[in-house]
Design a protein around this ligand. Structure first.
Ligand SMILES: Nc1ncnc2c1ncn2[C@@H]1O[C@H](COP(=O)(O)OP(=O)(O)OP(=O)(O)O)[C@@H](O)[C@H]1O
Ligand SMILES: [Mg+2]
Length: 211
């Protein structure tokens, strides 16, 4: 991973740690524009940073029921909590006491799910209700916005969204349309992470988010 990419993940973690400390944002959805743009990579990197460097009690939830990727992305670093969504909803054991992690303050929820399942607002709310007492910040990794409603559904019951954009892959008009869709839903878009960029950042990225 390029230093620039790592630094842009650190910037997001820094912003989120400030907002979490102020208690203004404690639940955030990570989504991408296109499939494979690096949403999961960004969510995992930011969650580790929040737990390890910012010292926040962090919960990372794999809410990509289409193509879960968090467990794989962790590469054995951390053992995720893998109970089914059904047993997680009925269990009362605090999530903070479950699973072992090499990063002390990070817990990861990566339940086995069926590929047909889609995110529901009710499920996201249940996770938030169950984890709110034990964690300073909860990050939801979700599918890309092009093609799936899941990220918007999840962001409707969380406090903010972070958008991952793969450099050179997304036309200006598409980002603009996503920004509009986010706005009409009243979702707070904290910003975009430019992933897989090669030292050159197209000017339109700045133009779009400066509006
Ligand atoms: N900054 C990066 N540098 C190098 N490889 C990367 C980077 N970001 C992501 N990748 C690689 O690209 C692939 C897709 O990444 P990732 O799973 O994070 O994307 P995603 O947007 O979550 O995909 P999906 O649409 O399946 O949810 C993975 O093989 C990952 O290792
Ligand atoms: Mg993913």
């Amino acid at each position: 991973m390029l230093d620039e990419t790592r630094e842009s993940f650190r910037k997001v973690a820094d912003l989120l740690s400030h907002l979490a400390r102020q208690q203004s944002v404690r639940t955030v959805v990570f989504t991408g524009v296109t499939p494979r743009c690096g949403t999961t990579t960004a969510a995992v990197a930011v969650a580790k940073e929040l737990a390890r460097l910012a010292g926040l009690r962090t919960l990372l939830v794999d809410m990509n029921m289409r193509r879960p990727g968090v467990a794989k992305s962790l590469r054995g670093d951390i053992t995720p909590i893998e109970e089914s969504w059904e047993s997680l909803q009925s269990s009362t054991q605090p999530l903070s006491t479950m699973s072992t992690a090499s990063v002390a303050k990070l817990r990861v929820l990566a339940p086995a799910i069926s590929p047909q399942a889609s995110v529901s607002a009710e499920l996201v709310k249940k996770v938030v209700d169950r984890a709110a007492q034990d964690f300073d910040i909860i990050i939801f990794d979700t599918p890309p916005v092009l093609g799936y409603a899941d990220a918007f559904v999840a962001a409707g019951v969380t406090q903010a969204m972070v958008l991952v954009v793969e450099a050179g892959q997304t036309p200006f008009e598409v980002i603009d349309r996503i920004k509009h869709e986010v706005g009409v839903r009243g979702i707070t878009l904290l910003g975009a992470v430019l992933n897989k960029h090669r030292r050159f950042i197209p000017g339109w990225i700045y133009r779009v988010f400066a509006r």
